[in-house]
Ligand binder design. Sequence first.
Ligand code: DON
Length: 579
Amino acid sequence: MKHRTATIVITALLAAMPASAQEPVIRYQDLRHPVFGPAGMVAAQNAIAAEVGADILAGGGNAVDAAVAVGFALAVTLPRAGNIGGGGFMLVYDADHDRSVAIDYREMAPAGATRDMFLDADGNVDQNLSRFSHLSAGVPGTVAGLWLAHERFGRLPWRRLLEPAIRLAHDGFPVNHDLAGLLTFRQERLCRQAAACAYLYKQGGEPYRAGELLVQTDLAETLELIAEDGPDAFYRGRIAEQIVSEMQRGGGLIDAESLAAYRAVLREPVVGSYRGVDIVTMPPPSSGGVHLVQMLNVLERFDVAAMGAGSADALHLLAEAARLAFADRSKHLGDPDYFDVPVDWLVGKEYGAMLAGRIDMGRATPSAEVAPGVAPRAESEDTTHYSVIDADGNVVSNTYTLNFSFGSGIAVAGAGFFLNNEMDDFVAKPGVPNAFGLLGGEANAIETGKRPLSSMTPTIVFRGGEPWFATGSPGGSRIITTVLQMIVNVIDHDMNIAEASAAPRMHHQWHPDRLQLEDGFSPDTIRILETRGHEIASSQFSMGSLQTVSLRDGVFRGASDPRRPNAASIAPRAAVADD
Ligand code: DON
């Protein structure tokens, strides 16, 4: 694959930025040369936030310090997905101890949540309730997750990590074209609630134009409280009170006890291997890591390199592997604290070989003929991913989200931030797909205290025991196949991380039974796939947005997916190499 396009990220950073970042920064990332530097790298969906992370690295912070600061900065500069009202998953590689740890800060169903809470009187799913009401919000996990990462692995003081976000919220940042367009598009939904409308629009609900400053005073105050009192401010103090009042106003369930009971959890990552390379990725309650490793085990039985990138054979194989994995997802995956998830069996080489044996390279297996395996007993957008690596080889791969763009569309009045609508990731009713078309059953039924099943797949790939690259993406169910294709493109098709991010992508998820393709595949290939029985659907929107950093031969590289604007991979300023 040799695209000639170049992604040019031009970021004009105004006075609101840290002192060291006051000149305009111009970054070129072309497909032959990912951004590179000798002392670390940050890749994120928003250039201002990426610059905050690079600045933390340059100021003596490690990858976790940078990741925490980027997490808070994105809550200001990428309000559609960056958040403190949502949750996510962070993977940390601690180079000193040569150890990887997963931090689960997924949202949690509050007290009073019940299996049928989103069904109407006729027993049908009320999607407005599960996606856009106060009931759609789970107990947010982001503040607890970032704090846990800081406590365990951080080097710099907590306040220092929040300062850039506080400044950006208080002084404002220039709205880019992407955000201006999205705010115009979402005006009706976001202005249903006075607080949400006031936070993101001018008086009277008029959208900001590109270049105008978005000032978020209430959010600045909220971040200041978190800087001062840590997570207690959010889970027990004034912010908790504001969340509970918001819930009482709108008929939501999150109460003081549910907030006080929230914990971010340290978990053992899922570990697999692919052609001799180690894959370290997220365990349940995300399904992402399990199915990533499961699909790689299937692919490993085939000569994918010889098939060629984008070939009908390669796409057919990926689709069949994904079909099998998503069938298993519907039955076996859920919150491991509430449901016995057969992880070892699903990620085992033996099961992968068995699944590989079921793939017919000449024919698409209709999904109706594929059922989840039997374990041996015993719309919308948006999420965001960022990856950080520091000069000592510590790595963070973090995906977090509000679920949809701006989550439920409901802001906490007085506190300046949006609440997730992650409760829609549970199964509202067996057989009825969620917003991403995903099916499920008992394993992912709603229960108080339980965490909804996710597809988020922050991943770190190791070679010879050393971190090689860290990657992840938004995209709902497509996250898993997006990360899969990144790994296959790099390992089998020998692409660099920028080429591997840009290559056109496919997706299959068992149901609906169709192979979704981005633009950019040849009509010849598509005809061959149709002959094998695939129903082809255009993906309509681009799939995912990978944010990847890598380390090879002492050089740090970064690649931000060209699919969405304003992303950037930035090396710490002091150490930017000539390129
Ligand atoms: O956890 C999940 O799988 C979903 N809530 C992610 C949503 C998402 O990626 C939307 N963005 N594109």
